[in-house]
Design a protein around this ligand. Structure first.
Ligand SMILES: [Zn+2]
Length: 318
């Protein structure tokens, strides 16, 4: 059975002054509907519309209700059974090299210790190791963690999440959260633990979807990053609030434009091209319009530095 968790207050600042800003209808859930077409495993997840609330005090946005921890873990398990994640990592090597270049400018030591939280199969760890870092990773998915262990050794990859993170008894020069903070219940707890595990002059690097991206503002509830598994939606102002809350200091931030050309919409258009008696022609036309809009907003995001993702490089205040 799929179960949900309801939040009363903002999970970042605890304010109860939060407004509903997105309320989808279930037919607009492109991500899961796409999977639903090819795999009945996902039928059970599309019943409830996605509602995003925005806090009026710190501007953080969050899914409410969201899948309970147990149901969310089951969704990840189901997604890992398909090629959903595999199909999305084809150009990750290039993306992650870009992330590493941003961090490398600030690394002063030889062989810095780097921890990647949510390391998946270890693509980013591989790049960091090639560049001389001593690496460690934490990954929730058994399947992905096993793959990472085969590359970096069983003692450098931990299969787990919050508790395992808490229990690591090492200090790190860099801790990275590459596209993971949007998935984690209670992101401020993770940031606090990360801050505690930093060495002197240590850095935290975060990449998250940008809730204020031009694409999200224009596509509204058709934004492709509005997903059941994305329970947190950050903007520059809410991320800055979170950073300050932990006595950390932002040293560099910016816009990243991967996922240019919206793959979920384009796959959907491609699917609809197959003649189906039941598929009305009108729907095909509007999907092409959506795909065109996605392309225009991606290009504008690049021009105006409000891309679909943002990165933040943070340090401890001495
Ligand atoms: Zn708040």
């Amino acid at each position: 059975m799929i179960t949900y968790t309801y939040l009363k207050n903002c999970p970042i600042c605890d304010s109860s002054d939060c407004n509903l800003v997105i309320n989808t209808k279930d037919d607009k859930l492109y991500n899961l509907n796409l999977l639903k077409e090819s795999n009945s495993l996902f039928n059970k997840y599309v019943d409830v519309p996605l509602k995003v609330y925005q806090c009026q005090k710190c501007s953080f946005s969050y899914l409410n209700p969201r899948l309970s921890d147990e149901s969310l873990n089951r969704l990840y398990h189901d997604l890992y059974q398909t090629d959903y994640y595999e199909s999305r990592i084809s150009n990750k090597e290039h993306q992650y090299s870009g992330y590493y270049k941003i961090i490398a400018k600030y690394l002063k030591k030889d062989a810095p210790a780097l921890l990647d939280f949510g390391c998946s199969t270890g693509i980013f760890l591989g790049i960091a190791q090639k560049n001389g870092c001593k690496v460690m990773g934490i990954e929730l998915s058994n399947k992905a963690a096993e793959s990472a262990k085969s590359k970096f050794g069983g003692n450098r990859i931990i299969n787990g999440s919050l508790n395992e993170f808490k229990n690591i008894n090492e200090k790190f020069d860099v801790i990275t959260f590459n596209n993971v903070l949007e998935h984690l219940d209670n992101p401020k707890t993770y940031l606090k633990i990360a801050a505690d595990k930093l060495s002197q002059d240590g850095l935290i690097f975060i990449v998250v979807p940008n809730f204020n991206s031009l694409k999200r503002v224009i596509m509204k509830d058709k934004w492709s990053l509005l997903l059941h598994e994305h329970i947190n939606y950050f903007s520059n102002s809410s991320m800055k609030y979170l950073i300050k809350q932990h006595g950390l200091q932002l040293i560099e931030s910016g816009s990243i434009n991967h996922e240019v050309l919206d793959t979920s919409i384009f796959s959907k258009v491609k699917n609809k091209q197959t003649p189906k008696k039941s598929a009305p022609g009108g729907q095909k036309d509007s999907l092409w319009k959506l795909a065109f809009l996605a392309l225009i907003t991606d290009l504008s995001g690049i021009l105006f530095n409000q891309g679909n993702f943002s990165y933040y490089l943070i340090k401890k205040v001495p």
